[in-house]
Design a protein around this ligand. Sequence first.
Ligand code: 5GP
Length: 186
Amino acid sequence: MTGKLFVLSGPSGAGKGTLRELALKNFDSLVYSISCTTRQPRNSETDGVEYRFITRENFENRINNGEFLEYAHVHDNYYGTLKQDVINELERGNNVLLEIDVQGALQVREKMPEAVLIFIAPPSIEELEKRLRARHTETEENLKLRLKNAEHEMNLQNEYNHVIINDDLNKAVNYLREIFIQEGCA
Ligand code: 5GP
């Protein structure tokens, strides 16, 4: 395999999505691996673009068939990365970017220790709550669940190769660029 695997994690609302989009725009050799999930699509989302939206039954069958490189139960839904998707891209020589939660990232590290793990942290939990509320995408109950999970995720940032504190988007993008250059991917 010639490509490199990059994993972006961090609490919901830390800015992972924005950083991911900027990285994909800036680095031609980087491809995004589209995850499977059992959660419902949001209004703006399309099946096969943000996620493959599949049923719980379909997801559980794939777990039993060993199709996932990693998967996790996050905010009451399953999310997972298909092993074959990642292997195909790496074998083509592409660098692959996953945007997954901490449980998934630690599974990837077990199976592919050469993967580069990058944690995107918000400046504070208060700022994270502000950003999540401004997004208006979650119910109050779901928002509380996301904040609770965020604290747990923040405690695991030491497991990562790099930590980017996203208090300024430009600085965060530059740091991400430095990491790609350091890894020979830019
Ligand atoms: P959202 O529902 O906001 O799209 O994503 C919720 C969380 O699930 C985010 O932290 C996101 O990184 C994580 N996630 C998305 N795809 C995957 C995946 O394939 N595997 C794992 N483990 N987590 C994922």
